[in-house]
Design a protein around this ligand. Structure first.
Ligand code: MEZ
Length: 526
């Protein structure tokens, strides 16, 4: 049936729905729902990793194959360095830029390598805000408790404590650099409430918060003339006789040549894995989100944590086809947008945590209450016109200009028509195990942002990602630089790779998968 005909149920049921208050699920109901419908609980999508630091632990099959994958670098590779630096930062998103700026601020020589362009990252695509407890009725303790609850009490307490406590100083730093957060009429910072939070805590720049933060950070990296190696993907790390990290091998994607960088410390800020499309899910992630940092760190011997849990953001676009998987910010639900099934009914408190909301949407669709597009995709409605009814005409244009434009390009006016959504692969909850300064279990190898794990437990709260990458970008950049400026460059070897290959052979690995993936499997091959 035509999508415009199907939409009518949303308009017809709006007035009734506006009179409803939906309770949140009890803890027991949430558990039952998630175990039945959340993709993290589909056993067939998982397998045990056969060797390496996480041997015997389960992760999704797509990631397991890459973690066990072989390096593109041969054993007898010539390790003469083309560059020497104190700190090598890998990744040009928020965590990478923050790490590079703070390392540079310590007086260290810094190289920032990124496989695409500076700024190409999930950070620029973060829409709904950054969580910081700045409101008078809020506190870091409250932020700590909300995050812990959202993460099913599985968060690393030490990392979480650091993140919530340093939030306000990070907001101050960003404002001083020039980030224009939304403000109230009296000039105070405007805070909004996100899913799973007990207090309004989101600082926003309309619905392009990440883009605004990255505008400023990118400028700062360029102004400080930090050396950039763009279109250079890190494909292997280097180690000394004691297994400490001493640099990396990069592949220049323009001419496919390898480049060796000798670095006293390395910071991986390589982001997530959305482009692995685990379990066939579309993704909200950028083109380079292929989990490179996880594979690189794993081969070096760094332990990973909670790599069996992923975030499927409840509202990924389902229609039109060109937008499939693209993010429809949680901000719309925060401002009152209803989720509506094919019968015109609400079916979950829209501000419950993302795992609960996503599981509820999947339940509706699996039980036949979803809406099917002509191309065969299924989803539920997000009642966007409701925001205009509740808060006045022009609300969407004012608060969600990016979202309005995203749909306008395809002839859809979200102030008049609801949009069709379904969970989209958004975030990797786990990653490389780090300490409070971002250092992994491998000496001199630091990890910041989405590639690291432990902070968010089994479900990240909205807006905690931008804060995570600023806090741990800062801590890893500062610590890596202080360490590097007080030591000499270590020997460059591939000994860790020889050990990894020997172990792989013992387990009968076929060496047919090469990792890191660098670009998605469907990238055009030259
Ligand atoms: O932190 C996020 O993932 C976020 C703010 C997303 C969004 O819905 O806008």
């Amino acid at each position: 049936m035509d999508i415009h005909v199907l939409q009518q149920i949303v308009h017809k049921t709006r007035d009734f729905r506006r009179t409803q208050t939906l309770p949140k699920y009890s803890p027991a109901e949430r558990d039952t729902l998630i175990k039945k419908y959340h993709p993290d609980y589909r056993e067939s999508a998982y397998r045990a990793i056969r060797f390496g630091p996480n041997a015997g632990e389960k992760t999704v099959v797509e990631l397991a194959a890459l973690l066990e994958g072989d390096s593109p670098v041969p054993d007898d590779f010539d390790l003469t360095p083309a560059y020497m630096t104190d700190v090598l930062v890998v990744g040009g998103g928020g965590a990478g830029c923050a790490a590079a700026l703070h390392a540079h601020g310590q007086g260290a020589k810094v190289i920032l390598a990124t496989k695409l362009r500076l700024g190409d990252s999930n950070s620029v695509m973060a829409q709904g805000g950054i969580q910081v407890s700045v409101a008078p009725e809020d506190s870091p303790i409250q932020h700590f408790l909300d995050t812990l609850k959202g993460g099913h009490m599985q968060n690393d307490h030490r990392l979480l404590k650091v993140m919530v406590e340093e939030g306000p100083s990070i907001a101050k730093w960003l404002i001083e650099l020039g980030v224009l957060f939304d403000r109230d009429a009296d000039g105070n910072l405007h805070v909004k409430k996100g899913g799973g939070s007990s207090k309004p805590r989101l600082l926003t720049c309309s619905d392009y918060t990440g883009l605004e933060i990255m505008r400023v950070l990118k400028d700062e990296v360029l102004n400080r003339k930090i050396q950039l190696l763009e279109f250079c993907a890190v494909v292997e790390l280097l180690s000394d006789d004691h297994g400490a990290c001493t640099g990396a091998v990069l592949r220049d994607l323009d001419n496919q040549r390898f480049i060796v960088v000798a670095a006293k410390t390395v910071i991986l800020a390589t982001g997530g894995i959305g482009r692995l499309h685990i379990q066939g899910f579309p993704t909200s992630n950028h083109y380079g989100a292929t989990g490179d940092g996880l594979c690189l760190a794993y081969r070096m011997g760094a332990k990973l944590v909670q790599i069996d849990t992923f975030q499927y953001h409840p509202s990924g676009a389902v229609y039109p086809e060109q937008l499939v998987g693209a993010l429809v910010t949680e901000g719309i639900r925060s401002e009152g947008g209803h989720l509506v099934n094919a019968r015109g009914e609400r079916f979950v408190n829209e501000l419950d945590t993302r795992d609960v909301v996503s599981s509820s949407i999947i339940r509706e669709c699996e039980e036949g209450r979803g809406i099917r597009t002509m191309s065969g995709r299924v989803g539920v409605w997000l009642d966007t016109p409701l925001l205009e009814v509740e808060h006045g005409p022009g609300t969407l244009e004012k608060h969600f200009p990016a979202m309005v434009r995203q749909y306008e390009r395809f002839g859809i006016d979200i102030s008049k028509d609801p949009v069709l959504i379904y969970p989209t692969l958004h975030y990797q909850n786990g990653g490389v195990k780090i300490d409070v300064n971002g250092e992994s279990e491998v000496r001199n190898l630091f990890v910041a942002g989405e590639a690291s794990g432990g902070l968010h437990g089994r479900n990240r709260l909205m807006g905690n990602s931008l804060l995570d990458l600023m806090v741990f970008g800062k801590r890893s950049g500062t610590t890596a630089a202080q360490r590097a400026t007080s030591m000499s460059q270590g020997k460059l070897t591939l000994d860790h790779l020889a050990r990894f290959r020997a172990e792989a052979r013992k387990h009968g690995a076929s060496f047919s998968v090469v990792s890191p993936m660098v670009l998605p499997a469907y990238a055009k091959k030259e």
